[in-house]
Design a protein around this ligand. Sequence first.
Ligand code: GLV
Ligand code: MN
Ligand code: MN
Length: 418
Amino acid sequence: MPLLSNVRVDIGRLMARIETLGEIGALSGGGVCRLALTPEDGAGRDLVTGWMRELGLDVSVDRIGNVWGIRPGKADGAPVLLGSHIDTVATGGLYDGALGVLAGLEVIACLNDADIETEYPIAVAFFTNEEGSRFAPDMMGSAVHQGSLALEEALVVVGIDGSKVGEELEAIGYAGEVALATLSPSAFVELHVEQGPVLEREDIRIGAVTGVQGISWTEYTLTGVSNHAGTTPMAFRCDAGLVAAEAIVAARKAAGEIGGTQVATVGALTLEPNLVNVVPEKAVFTVDLRNTEEDALKRAEAQVAEAIHEAAGAEGVTVTSRRLARFEPVEFDARVISLVERCAKDRALSVRRMPSGAGHDAQMFAPYCPTAMIFVPSRDGLSHNIHEYTAPDQIEAGAQVLLDVTLALASPDAGTKP
Ligand code: GLV
Ligand code: MN
Ligand code: MN
């Protein structure tokens, strides 16, 4: 496929935007904390929305706070969508999410500078609460946009700090007016850091992402009896902390036994009363299970739940649980995956196909429009970590592929040969 233009991304401009956004919610040791819908997220949104306007995009905010900026094409019609999220986990890096949004703006800036009018419109969006750390489920804004989560249900979700999605959206000024179904893309391409070790280990520049593994999040609450740590004989205890510990081990064991792509994490755990000399009465913890195969994921869920109930029964502890998030594995569009590969090769960039281990907004669009993702390497495979890092030349390569893919998808013959 001949390259559709010789326009090159300006890596200096893109890095400056990444670094400027990274100053909002910056942590003292590096990295960033912009949990969804906090004042920091609000300030990040203001900054990025300002850039969208400076680039001449027509900006709108929908009712779950997703922000869209649209650049018109020669023809009316559904836009090619680029984007990701700008919220972070509490110990986030500068690239997870921000890269896909700001590289989208870089694509727009390049087209503006080169005076290129595409056949179809191009939209850059950032979606509310992709991370799900403060409010579950993750991918909330894109799920609501695509109709797999009801707006009314999302707005009343209570976060880890007792706050409510709807109220926090109002507080930061992003409870938008635009109806959710108004903006419907013809295709979606999300550039993202890999957040794992594969590309770096194999010295490959670009990942052509084939799909996203299934995700299962459950919160368990265990209730036992608090009692004196010195006077309560071991046989008389109903120790919720012990059962939580057994759950952590059971999750690791299930991942080992199921094998393949199965991963399992207990990432949040609180004990009550959490005192040195009191047997814990209550334990609340989360289990995150992921697999590219739905059947195997279901087995992992069943195995971990059974182990928890068994351990609780033996200790005289009661168990309740609630589902925080559940997404089946998603496959991306074969033609857009091939397009990513071809664009990478045309720029002499090494490329491999790979699934995504992390959840992404793109997975919410995949059932409805041709969708794919572009990955760039993550140093030491680190992400959700303040030391997350991708070098500027790697970011430049990914953004260039994003630009080339976008031009192909927004060209007059996009419908016939991406
Ligand atoms: C969200 O980004 C996740 O994969 O946990
Ligand atoms: Mn992300
Ligand atoms: Mn993330």
